[in-house]
Design a protein around this ligand. Sequence first.
Ligand code: GDP
Ligand code: CA
Length: 335
Amino acid sequence: MLPLPSRITVLAGGVGGARFLSAVRAWARVHRPDAEITAIVNTGDDMWHVGLRITPDLDSIMYALAGVNDTERGWGRVGETERVSAELREWGAGWPWFTLGDLDLGAHIARSAWLREGVPLSSIVPRLTSRWDLGVRLLPATDDEVETWVRIDDPESEAGAVERVVHFQEWWTRYRATVVTHGFERRGLAGAAPAPGVLDAIENADVVLLAPSNPVVSIGTILDIPGIHAALQSTPAPVVGISPIIGGAVVRGMADACLDVIGVPTSAAAVARLLGARGMGNDGVLDAWLVDEVDADAVPALEAEGIRSAAVPLWLRDEPTGVQLVADALELAGR
Ligand code: GDP
Ligand code: CA
């Protein structure tokens, strides 16, 4: 058993990341109120749109931890209106299938104004989040513009298969990931660097947790930022992942579509193998991996492959189940 960790670093995407970070914060309030929780957040879904820089995963986490998120709809701000988007549609600006809420646009306008003044994203995030006591420090994975783009057969083409590269947001929201898809591109990756504080948060953590986020476009993008994968391989902290896949299906969202694109089966064990074991010459990042109880039969094989594993309830239903899941992850980390 390790002593209860006081420096907890979490790699996170949007909605799954937000739910898990709420659980980590709830665990800390009960067991370790002085814990410093740092989230390294995916920025691969970010984009410029109608002149504004949109950062979906950072915002999902900020709104959820602040308690101003729309829990019914599952994204965006509660009490949101869409007057500006309706007006943009009348002007023919932006995408007709993509709506931004008015309150949400306030954050995008502030962020974009500061970016244009030369303020890096990692300094803008604390300005935005300082409005609330989140209990979690949010770090963008990188200050550089690294974006996930998707190579598809253009469904609008009438002349047979014509390849087109679209932003992840268009693939996901407009096409619901149902078009013929050839692969992902990470634009801007070459020359990108981790944001200030990211490597330090990994190297000096007591434990690193991988949230049950999209393993391809959330966790995968963070790991691809030059330097982050290496930091996870060399940190003295144990690295524990939580499966976003339960019983061969995603819990929420469409991560299975992303796994299909890279040819990885939608299973808890396959995602663990994608992330890989670390140490002893292995080139992955995991010491340990939590699967759901329904996937308990995957545990012996993963253990034989060098990934310490355990089967526990992985549905983040409410605060008690979240606190228990984090306790289970920390127990496995110390085993
Ligand atoms: P996005 O950026 O909003 O798509 O969100 P993330 O990348 O953080 O996470 C999406 C993933 O979270 C999906 O693949 C879901 O399967 C997973 N997820 C959401 N809720 C839960 C939950 O309660 N338990 C587990 N284990 N996974 C979850
Ligand atoms: Ca996302």
